[in-house]
Design a protein around this ligand. Sequence first.
Ligand code: NAP
Length: 247
Amino acid sequence: MPRKRILVLGGTRDARQLADALVAEGHDVVTSLAGVTAEPVLPAGEVRIGGFGGVAGLKSYLADGQIGLVIDATHPFAARMSVQAHEACQSSHVPLLRLERPAWVAGDGDKWVEVRSTAEAAAMLPPGASVLLTTGRKDLEAFFSRSDISGIARMIEEPPLAAPARWRVLRERPPFTLASEARLLADNGITHLVTKNAGGTATGAKLVAARQAAIAVIMIARPAKPAAPSFAAIGNLMVVTKRLLSP
Ligand code: NAP
């Protein structure tokens, strides 16, 4: 009897939509969340929450859970989970697919500078910069420790360290509209937008707003992930999933 259960590595809106679509097609799906969001919007199917305990823990989970396919639908910047999933799947002989939205690409009128890390982004900001920081709750220290810049740090969850007085933490959950992003930039005199290249539409409006207001964007490039068959669209991934799991 072939193993048919699908493990979706989640934590993204795309992963949720994927799990919903797989369950609607009759697949047996368990979505895994890291447990960083206090009140996550849950997908259809089963949900498990918390780390697996590294590669060894994930290998045990694959075996115990009779997992027949892993779909890595984590955020493009969740590189550690993707590396561990790749290693565990390879050694457990479980197929691995990836759902990954395309990266954003600069267009006409964009003033982007691409960097490799949050540290590089923080170092690049000129003194006096008024920043909209949308890199999440990790790696805030590099920005908060600079006494010569200020701004707004937007994230879903409470930051792990207190923001200095010159920073305002804005706790908001995407999606964001172009109108609200344009207002946020204008009302706060933002001169620089710092963002990870997450891709997708839910958080893409800020880039259009920055272009329209001629605001400089410091774009943090995606980390490399191990090779795996990757799909930008849920539809194509569903077709391959069906083929892989058919007896
Ligand atoms: P990460 O650095 O790649 O992973 C750190 C550890 O968290 C992993 O070693 C693993 O613990 C655990 N983990 C990560 N994703 C998991 C999942 N889907 N299910 C179970 N355990 C998971 O990940 P991260 O960047 O902290 O992201 C954590 C979660 O937030 C991910 O689900 C990701 O999709 C989501 N997210 C991340 C970002 C971002 O910018 N990084 C943005 C939006 C959403 P063990 O080693 O114990 O297994």
